[in-house]
Design a protein around this ligand. Structure first.
Ligand SMILES: Nc1nc2c(ncn2[C@@H]2O[C@H](COP(=O)(O)OP(=O)(O)OP(=O)(O)O)[C@@H](O)[C@H]2O)c(=O)[nH]1
Ligand SMILES: [Mg+2]
Length: 298
């Protein structure tokens, strides 16, 4: 048996979660076009034959503006020290920035861990642009064991990633059962589904101000189970936006989330969503802990 942990790191919005899902062949992590979608470390597990790949998706590394952001960046940086190989994912349509250089600095601090640069979103690039991007990486970020080019969204070049990564797996134990594809508890997956629908349907500051908490689940022998979920926002105006005119937006969010949750659970459910205001929750550690962030802290 060969197995290994693979860090998926990079700036926000480059496609780390999209790539994780593609490689695991299951939807493990939520995806949106908003930077800061992933807030925690998420393991996506892919087992094939006697090889087990454990992809560790992480929040985008950025300059934190609040406690939640600090937690997110810390999680990603900590992950670098826990893996066999690091995939540094870059958005091929964007210039290499000081943000990328900061990520590289942190990667170099994980002394000696093999590193691979991944140029994502090549569906949006010409061949020349891809070649130039490779040069830019070498010039601005330095040496990598390898540079891989792919499109996570369209599955172009993603299969070869598994082949390359096979070389970094180490002889040893199987960490997870063969049929397990994530270490996320089911209640967390459900919260994330609700958050994804909100992220997709809102813009501006709303996505960052949203937190989800399952407050009650009523199980019934006859009839459907009932899930009651709080959506926290930071201001009254945000509450109004999420609810929408005559409750229209909240209803849409609820319907779409319910469908995904039903597919996940393999049964129909009732889903009740409540929108609550909790001022500056992203800066309040006790509340963040209640939501499951900072749980590894001593
Ligand atoms: N065109 C194109 N878009 C992509 C590709 N991969 C990802 N995207 C899009 O890029 C956006 C960000 O994708 P995510 O997977 O959420 O990015 P992330 O790096 O996990 O982002 P954070 O969790 O916020 O750090 C989404 O809108 C994706 O659909 C790709 O190969 N091509
Ligand atoms: Mg992500």
């Amino acid at each position: 048996m060969k197995s290994g942990f693979i860090a998926m790191v990079g700036r926000p919005n480059v496609g780390k979660s999209t790539l994780t899902n593609k490689l695991v062949k299951e939807k493990v992590a939520i995806v949106s076009n908003k930077a800061g979608t992933t807030r925690d470390q998420i393991k996506g597990i892919f087992t094939k034959g006697d090889s087990q790949y454990i992809f560790v998706d992480t929040p985008g590394i950025h300059k934190p503006k609040h406690l939640l952001g600090e937690h997110m960046t810390d999680v990603a940086i900590r992950t670098l020290k826990e893996v066999e190989v690091i995939l540094f994912i870059l958005d091929g349509t964007q210039e290499i920035s000081t943000g990328d250089m900061f990520v590289m600095e942190k990667i170099l601090e994980a002394k000696g861990t093999p590193r691979i640069a991944v140029i994502n979103k090549i569906d949006l690039l010409s061949d020349d642009e891809i070649e130039n991007k490779k040069k830019e990486i070498k010039e601005k970020l330095g040496e990598f064991d390898r540079i891989i080019t792919l499109s996570a969204e369209y599955g172009i070049g993603t299969e070869k990633v598994l082949k390359v990564l096979e070389n970094y797996l180490v002889e040893g134990v199987m960490y997870y059962p063969e049929d397990m594809y994530t270490d996320m508890p089911i209640y967390k997956i459900i919260s994330e589904i609700v958050r994804e629908k909100i992220l997709i349907k809102t813009k501006d500051e709303i996505p960052h101000s949203v937190a989800i908490e399952i407050i009650n689940v009523t199980r019934r022998n006859k009839g459907k189970d009932k899930y009651e979920i709080n959506i926290y926002v930071e201001r009254n105006s945000q509450k109004g936006i999420i609810i929408g005119k005559n409750g229209k937006l909240l209803k849409e969010i609820g319907t779409e989330a319910r469908k995904d949750i039903e597919e996940l659970l393999g049964k129909e459910i009732y889903l009740n969503l409540w929108v609550k205001v909790k001022e500056k929750w992203r800066k309040k550690k006790p509340f963040l802990k209640e939501l499951g962030y900072f749980i590894n802290e001593e």
